[in-house]
Design a protein around this ligand. Sequence first.
Ligand code: FES
Ligand code: FES
Length: 161
Amino acid sequence: MGAQGQDLTINGTAVTLSVDGDTSLLSVLRDRMDLKGSRIGCTEGYCGACTVLVDGKPVQSCNTPVWSVAGKDVTTIEAAERHPVLSEVQKVFVDLQAAQCGYCTNGIMMTLAGLLGQSPRPDRAHILAHLDERHLCRCGVHVRVLKAIDQLLAQSGGATA
Ligand code: FES
Ligand code: FES
């Protein structure tokens, strides 16, 4: 597939990019939009470091071709200040220091923002299963991330049991 105009909205701004439709969303974000908060990890859909929101749902941008998000809203960690749920997630992570090297952290926060944003009463087991399946942390900050999740659930009125 050759380069062609891809229309999408990134952090609230409509953009048209001349890029091969099979280019990964991660590459577009980092290399064309200079949004480096979405990290390059495995690039094969295993680690979750590259997670962004597409129409509010967590998506691994490394294995998402840009053609598939045409016409959709993409949100990255750089939009945290303007995104109510994401900013709340980020604040709790900072308050509880729920990171070590931080490489996995943006992706985890994006997933949490997506899951908390989708459900007014999010289920802890569902969140943990999602994180377990789609995110890796080599530093082992799981206990602090769990504390952050419980804090967020308490704030949202979600079930923490
Ligand atoms: S870099 Fe996308 S899942 Fe690992
Ligand atoms: S904090 Fe280092 S990989 Fe998770």
